[in-house]
Design a protein around this ligand. Structure first.
Ligand code: B16
Ligand code: MG
Length: 220
């Protein structure tokens, strides 16, 4: 077993793809004739595509056959992927490369734990894929966050005990999933919303080397 591992969520932690999810869901809502707001989009963070469409149809009070539901899932994703195609390295959130470089240089195993089925493609687009020793995403799980499955699979592949894993998350369900896995949770974003996290930071610019060193020493 290795000593300590680090697991990153994707959307809201490494890149802000929530804005593209918003545009794609809004396109579908426009087509179906109801409003989809930024407040609605907040409900979608960290939530699977299927669950998002269920919530969207509830918002619009729209009923759908299974075939229609499946067709809208595909349509939304095609639309979303068109935005992803234009993504560049400049869209990586501030100081994420600094943290990844620090962990890599110090030989810590690094994993991704995301609900997105497009995670691998997005990491390729922004040139970060080489940092990750394992990518666990929406294609690999049967249970959604707050279930700990996504992070437990990552820990197993990284060969790190769950209690020695540190998870970076921006969604309430994601922090709960890390806590349910008995991992160390670091909330990235609003500390009031992510109040169940072990540590809170607005973004990675606030996470300095002394903090990381102290955290690592406390787990070693
Ligand atoms: P896809 P994360 C999540 O990513 C997003 O926050 C959520 O809004 C999205 O519905 C979900 O991925 C599924 O994404 O449609 O690409 O499979 O935060 O878990 O990295
Ligand atoms: Mg997220």
């Amino acid at each position: 077993m290795k000593e300590i591992g680090f697991i990153f969520d994707l959307d809201g932690v490494i890149v802000d793809t929530a804005k593209y999810h918003y545009l794609a869901w809004k396109n579908l809502a426009d087509q179906l004739g109801f409003e989809f707001t930024h407040e609605h989009n907040e409900l979608f963070k960290g939530v699977s595509r299927k669950k998002c469409l269920e919530i969207l149809l509830e918002i619009g009070k729209v009923e759908a056959s299974q075939d229609q539901f499946d067709a809208w899932m595909i349509e939304k994703n095609v639309d979303y992927l068109a935005y992803i195609e234009k993504m560049k390295e400049s869209e990586i959130l501030p100081d994420v490369p600094r943290i990844l470089n620090f962990l890599k240089e110090n030989n810590f195993p690094i994993g991704l734990g995301s609900a997105s089925k497009n995670a691998r493609h997005i990491l390729e687009k922004v040139n970060l894929i080489h940092f990750f020793d394992v990518i666990v995403d929406g294609n690999n799980v049967t249970k959604a966050k707050p279930d700990p499955q996504v992070f437990l699979i990552a820990a197993e592949v990284l060969e790190v005990n769950a209690e020695k894993c540190v998870v970076f998350e921006d969604a309430i369900a994601g922090v709960q999933a890390a806590n349910n896995a008995e991992m160390i949770s670091i909330g990235i974003g609003d500390a009031e919303i992510l109040s169940h996290a072990d540590y809170n930071f607005d973004d990675f610019t606030q996470i300095d080397t002394p903090f990381l060193t102290k955290l690592i020493n406390s787990l070693a």
